[in-house]
Write a protein that binds this ligand. Structure first.
Ligand SMILES: CC(C)(COP(=O)(O)OP(=O)(O)OC[C@H]1O[C@@H](n2cnc3c(N)ncnc32)[C@H](O)[C@@H]1OP(=O)(O)O)[C@@H](O)C(=O)NCCC(=O)NCCS
Length: 112
């Protein structure tokens, strides 16, 4: 095994209500959500500047959405980055719900 190989892991942090991506145990970014019943509402994704443009955002969102499916939940893509990802990955279309004015109002209240 090469010593320069990096390990990338995506973890769900229930207390913080986000998924984070770790590169060699260092947090490189996160995608944040709130749960509305069985809907997981994604509203913000960020990758640290130092890790930008390496496909980590894509990897993070992909694995987060796989976890949503495994949890039997549905996706509401308020975050524009997640929405853009979903336009290119129709394998999640069956568990994606539209962003409605009600969902936007609810999120605004949730986030204060
Ligand atoms: C957006 C962001 C998460 C992308 O992370 P990344 O690891 O560099 O992303 P990847 O390398 O996986 O993908 C880059 C792609 O993201 C797209 N992208 C960059 N900013 C974007 C945004 N605000 N909304 C949607 N897509 C965006 C790029 O156009 C690029 O697409 P391409 O592959 O068609 O060229 C990161 O640039 C970031 O943290 N930006 C600041 C916060 C932000 O704007 N978040 C998104 C809205 S909540």
């Amino acid at each position: 095994m090469s010593e320069s190989a990096t390990t990338t892991v995506v973890e769900r942090k229930d207390d913080d209500r986000h998924y984070e991506i770790l590169v060699d145990d260092r947090r490189a970014g996160l995608t944040a959500y709130r749960d509305l019943g069985m809907q997981r509402v994604f509203y913000h994704t960020e990758i640290d500047e130092a890790f930008a443009g390496q496909g980590l955002g894509t990897q993070l969102v992909q694995q987060a959405l796989v976890d949503v499916r495994a949890s039997g939940m549905r996706i509401v893509p308020i975050c524009p980055y997640v929405a853009k990802f979903l336009k290119r990955h129709d394998e999640f279309a069956d568990i994606t719900d539209p962003v409605t004015p009600d969902a936007l109002r609810w999120l605004k209240a949730e986030l204060g």
